[in-house]
Each structure stands twice: as C-alpha cells, then as structure tokens.
Write a protein that binds this ligand. Structure first.
Ligand code: NAP
Length: 682
C-alpha cells in the first residue's frame, strides 16, 4: 500500500492524516491512500507564479515547443511502464492506449504548433491596423503569457490524457500549472508526474500535483490565474460561482457532462456500408472505457422505420462484449473506475428506467471473466428504448456515466435536429449518412448546440478518428450543458493563456515591438546587399533599393509568349472598353518576376532558396513606358532547428517586396519566403 504523494514547492510531500483510500477497480483491493491535508494552496500557487512562470516566460515559443517535444519523446520511450497501473483503473489495453498514448500524442501535436508562433516569448497576432492618413500612426496586437498559474481540476476517467492535453497548452503559452486529478484515479497521474519531474525537462515550478482533495484552492486565485475544470456539471457550477473568481476576474473554463448523440441518416438503411458503420461506432462509443468518456454516445437517434433493425443489430454486437479483468485474453470491457461510480451509474440507470424500457443488459445478471463480479466495479452495457422522446425527457437530462445509452426514434430530419438539441448543449454529435443534403441540413441545424460534429460515411470511415476522439487541433468543448467552453484545441487553446494587448504608435515603434517590419517604418539601406548576409547578420528593416526597369510592350509580348498567358487585357488594346485599363497592361506576374530580377543578388551566398510567396497584391496597373523599382526589406526572421546533426543551420527570412513606379507609388506588394544559412553552423 502506498501513500500517494503531492508534488509541490519542488518536493514530494505526503498529506497529513490517513487520506482517502484508493482501490483497484478490478479486484476491489485497496492499493493506497492520498491526502492533501496540511498543504498550503496559497504558497503552492505563489511558487508557480514566482518560480515556474518567470522561467517559462523567458523561453520563446520555439524553445517551449522543443521542450514539449522532448517531453513527449521521453514519455513515449517509457510508455509501457504505465499500462499495468492503468489496468487498475478498470481500463482495457485500448482504453489505456487512449489515455496514455493519446495523451502523449497530444503533447507532440501541441509542440508542433510552435511553428505557427513567432520565435519570441510572446505572440504577434494578425495584421497591422492602419489608423492614420499619412501612415505615421498604426495599431497591432501582441499576446503575452499571463503571469498567473493554470489550475487544472480534472475528472477521474482520463488520469493521464486529462493532464497532458491541458498542460501541453499552458506550457506552450509560457504559463505554469497545478494539476489536480480526481482523487479516485490519481495514482496513475502521480506515476506520470514522477517521470516528468525525474526527466528534468520542465523548468522548476512549472508543474505541481495535488493528489488529494483540492477543496479551497479557488479561494486563493489572483488576477492572471486561469482555472480549467473537467467533471460533473454540478461540481463545475459550484466552483464557477465562487465569488473570488469574479472578484479577481479569473477565467473559468468548464468541460462538463454532456448527453452526446449519434444520428442515423434516413438513407443508411440495412445493407448499406453506413448502417454497419453506425452500429459499429455506437457500440464502440458505448463500451470503450466502459462508457466513462465525456464524448460517449448517450442518445442514439434513429429513423422510426429503422428502430427495430438498429435494436437487433446493436443488441447482437453488445452481446459480444466480454466483461472482466482486462488482462485476460478476449476481455473487451473492463470495469467502472470504482464502487462509488458503480453505485452512481446504477442509480442513474434506475432513474432512466422509470420513463423508458431496457432492451439490452441487466444491472444484476451478467457474466464477468477473470475477476470477482462482486469485488470489482463491473457493469453490463445497458441499452434503453424511448418511445416518446419529446415527452419522456429523462434521456435528454440524466447522464449515466457508464456504458448506458438510449435509442430514440425520429420521423423527419427536423425532428432529429430538435432531439439532438434537447441535450441542451453537447461536446459532440455524429451523423452517419452518405447523403450530402441530409448532412448539410443536420449539421447546419444542430451546430449551434454542439462543439464538434462528425459526418461519417464509407468514404472517410477508414481514416476517421471517430465520434469519441477530441482532436488536439480542433475545438474541444461545447455550449450549454457541456460547460460553454471552447478554449481548448489548437492555437486558440494556447491563446487562452495569453493576454491580448492592442499596441499603437509609429510604424518604427511597432516594428521594434513586433519584430516584424511595418510599412512606413525606418529602413536601413547601409551595408551590403541582404543576400550577402547570414541569418544572424540580417536586421529587420534592412533594405535594398534596386535599379529601375522601363516596362515595354515587348516585355508584355515576350512574357505572354513565354508563359502562355494571353489574357485580352495584356494582348488586345481594342478590348479594353468597360474595363479599368486604359492601355494594354503588364502581367502582374511579369512585375513579380521582374522584381525578382531586380532584387536578387545572383552570386552564391548565404541565401539557400526561395520557397514561396505569402501575400501578393497588384495594387496599380503598370503600362508600357512606366518605370518600376523595388524596395526590398527584411520583414521577419524565424530561426529553424536542425533535424539532423549534419543539416545546414538556417532560418526563414521573410522579405517585403514593394514595387513602385515613377511617381513613387506602390504597384505591387508581396512577402517572399527565403531560407538563409546561419553563420553558426553548430
Ligand atoms: P466531479 O465529481 O465533478 O469531480 C471533478 C473534479 O473536481 C475532481 O478532480 C474533484 O476532486 C474536483 N472537485 C470536486 N469538488 C471540488 C472542490 N470543491 N474544489 C476543487 N476541486 C473539486 O467529476 P468526476 O466524477 O471526477 O467526473 C465525471 C464527470 O465528468 C462526468 O459527469 C463526465 O461527463 C464529466 N466529464 C466531462 C468531460 C468533458 O470534457 N466535458 C471529460 C471527462 C469527464 P476529487 O476527486 O478530489 O473530489
């Protein structure tokens, strides 16, 4: 028996007293205790703010991303360590895989997001806003890491994934975290945090763990802290109404229970691939993790005429669910996470049974393989049917957090949409259909009440990630009952931990703050051509003023011949009536190409290649007889890491290509992307 410890203030600390007993969900044996009694939450939060925060804020997004990548690689290399302990939460191998490897995968994905942020400790968001006639006063937005601590209060069902999916995001943003897993399964989270701490990959103070209860922690929040909660709506609402959150203007992101549904399209009749997919997906989402998934299918919405077919086929599949000890060959579904959960789910099943009939499964009679049915927290899958879903509404309100679901009939697609929305806000729903009209009608009708919608058909089925998997790059959250949060997933998740600030000033000032050249800022035309400079030597604002070129009719003819682009406005002066052109106009692509001819310094040097154009606008027509020149300015630099030791050390340099005419007016603007060798090849 172990007394599971808390990792706080840089040490592993046992809580006072006996602690909460922790059990093996399969055998019912006590495996340890956890206590947080005696911990000073206020000190722990200060430690994060004073030690972890400053260390993380010094790092750039690229450095924080690489740190997360190193962490993910490390955890991946030792992933097998976690499976045996995970089984004690009642999880099968597949359930554990979702928790452990799904969690690690999430860290990898977040690490990759570094490429979408600047090589700075803060983010520069969006485009400059022009605020003045003469261009001497502009606006922009920067986003700096919040200087508080992220407090993650998690549910019991994913002790690893729940932690990793959240900390990956706050660490990328440069904010430290305190993780509070549900006490019931905290032993698995503790094991992973030990590995993370021992690896010394994260800076001190950036991750702390509270295994026992964290009641009272929210009373200590300060402005700049961020609280995320995953768990039951009841607890969530209680925590969210803490006056301290309002007083200190602390954001509270809630991911709560939701009564997700899966809808069978009218076209997906028996015999179609989609019908089979539906049965398979629903059965999977009912039984995986013994139904203890926030995204599990709780409501199965089916065309009235197909109810009987679904009932028979789903029943058949569910009857193949071997329940028992996950370490025994052939077991498909483990147990619930503990006896308390079993009682709670059983009570909810009884409540649901008052308004609808069970058509598969039984709370008492079912087989358990390789374990003692009475000692472990085992339950059978339970399938209900509801014959009057608009009046018997418990199925839309009561969440049994186990392998429990209800078949609900619908007559028209409008009814299906209405029923889906009766869940009052869900994390996810899916529709299985191969009819694009049905898909469109359903998705547009149901979207306002859902955080994510999967449209499943045969064409995407092989690669589909399924109804149940929130994706790290997509919104994870949902409106209404699901908590109202949508701050997780992708870049928007990271931005949730950053403070957006509008900045205003002269373009030269805004260039200095954003490290991106802003039109109108000072340019440095001294020194050698930028193509002669290595990555480290190029300064934002370094500019080459090129020679000029007189555009001729021959240029237009030659370019048309070479490219094959003989659009009338370039070729036929009699075709210009009703157009904006007064003469045969030069091809925009010719101007771009000629600009390259002017700004490129051709001899071999540090510039390795040009790999694209980000934005390109032709802002004024160029006619034969006009002269063009280029102001070629270093706009932004992004250092790149080496993949292999013998790679060339290099970085990306973005250049602003400003082509102007005899009047000094811009005729074309583009941003070109180059790769430039570093001086330091280490
Ligand atoms: P819970 O009872 O609401 O507990 C959630 C977390 O809140 C636990 O860590 C719990 O700690 C903590 N907690 C409770 N009272 C607290 C307080 N006063 N101060 C600070 N922390 C407090 O939920 P659960 O039973 O663990 O999880 C099951 C529920 O979570 C289901 O309803 C499910 O739908 C929902 N869920 C939702 C999502 C989602 O993304 N939307 C994901 C997973 C689960 P203790 O364990 O120490 O009490």
């Amino acid at each position: 028996m172990r007394n599971y410890e808390n990792y706080v203030l840089g040490n592993w600390i046992k809580g006072d007293g006996e602690g909460t007993p922790l059990f093996n969900a399969i055998t019912g044996e006590q495996i340890g205790t956890a206590s947080s009694k005696g911990l000073d939450f206020s000190k722990i939060m200060d430690y994060a703010r004073m030690t972890g925060g400053p260390a993380l804020r010094k790092m750039t997004f690229q450095e924080r991303g690489l740190m997360l990548k190193a962490l993910a690689l490390h955890l991946h290399s030792i992933k097998n360590k976690f499976y045996a302990l995970s089984a004690k939460t009642g999880a099968t191998k597949i359930d554990s895989w979702i928790d452990i490897e799904g969690g690690i995968g999430n860290v990898f994905t977040n690490a990759s997001l570094r490429k979408q942020f600047p090589d700075l400790p803060y983010h520069v968001e969006g485009e400059m806003a022009p605020l003045s006639k003469n261009g001497t006063f502009i606006g922009h937005h920067i986003m700096t890491p919040k200087q508080g601590v992220a407090i993650h209060i998690n549910a019991f069902n994913f002790p690893i994934w729940g932690m990793l999916e959240k900390i990956a995001v706050n660490l990328m943003a440069g904010v430290p975290a305190i993780v509070k897993p549900a006490t019931l399964t905290c032993f698995l989270t503790e094991m992973m945090v030990r590995e993370i701490v021992d690896s010394e990959i994260l800076p001190k103070g950036s991750l702390q763990l509270i295994c026992g209860s964290a009641r009272g922690i929210i009373n200590n929040v300060e402005t700049g802290d961020i609280v995320t909660f995953t768990g039951s709506a009841l607890t969530g609402k209680m925590l969210k109404s803490n006056p301290r959150l309002i007083e200190k203007a602390v954001s509270f992101n809630m991911e709560a229970d939701s009564l997700n549904c899966s809808v069978l399209g009218e076209d997906a009749v028996p015999g179609t691939a989609e019908f089979d997919l539906f049965i398979k997906e629903v059965q999977k989402e009912m039984t995986i993790k013994a139904g203890q998934k926030c995204t599990a299918v709780r409501r199965i919405i089916v065309p009235e005429k197909l109810v009987e077919d679904v009932q028979i086929c789903l029943g058949k599949r569910l009857s193949k669910t071997t329940i028992g000890d996950p370490s025994v060959e052939g077991v498909r579904m483990g147990s619930l996470a503990g006896k308390e959960q079993l009682k709670e789910v059983s009570d909810k099943v009884k409540q649901l049974a008052q308004s609808q009939d069970i058509i598969f499964g039984n709370l008492e009679e079912f087989e358990v393989t390789g374990a003692d049915k009475n000692k472990g927290a085992f339950i059978s899958p339970i399938l209900f049917i509801n014959d009057d879903p608009f009046n018997k509404t418990d199925c839309h309100n009561v969440e049994a957090f186990g392998p429990v679901s209800t078949i609900i009939p619908y007559k028209t697609i409008d009814e299906a949409i209405e029923l889906a929305k009766m869940g009052k806000g869900s994390l996810v729903c899916s529709i299985v259909t191969n009819n694009m009209k049905i898909a469109e009608e359903f998705v547009l009708g149901a979207a306002s009440m859902h955080g994510r919608i999967l449209v499943l058909n045969e064409a995407c089925s092989k690669e589909s990630t399924g109804h149940g998997s929130p994706m790290p790059l997509l919104t994870h959250g949902g409106p209404g009952r699901a908590g109202g949060g949508e701050e997780m997933g992708g870049i928007r998740g990271i931005k949730h931990y950053l403070q957006r600030t509008a900045i205003q000033g002269h373009p030269t000032t805004i260039t200095a703050l954003t490290k991106q050249y802003q039109v109108g800022a000072e340019q440095n035309t001294d020194g050698p051509h930028t193509f002669r400079k290595h990555f480290e030597e190029i300064e934002i604002g370094d500019t080459v003023i090129t020679d000029t070129h007189l555009v001729t009719l021959d240029n237009i003819e030659d370019f048309a011949e070479l490219s094959g682009d003989k659009f009338y406005a370039h070729m036929d002066e009699n075709s210009l009536d009703g157009t904006i052109f007064t003469e045969r106009v030069a091809h925009g692509y010719f101007i771009m190409s000629k600009a390259a001819g002017l700004f490129v310094d051709p001899a071999k040097g540090p510039v390795l290649l040009n790999y694209g154009i980000d934005e390109c606008r032709f802002t004024k027509p160029v006619y034969p007889g006009m002269t063009v020149g280029v102001r070629f300015t270093a706009k932004e630099k992004i250092s790149q890491e080496k993949r292999e030791d013998d790679d060339i050390a290099k970085g990306i340099v973005k250049f602003l290509v400003d082509v102007y005419d005899d009047e000094g007016e811009t005729v074309m603007l583009a941003t070109i992307l180059t790769m430039v060798k570093k001086l330091d090849q280490k």
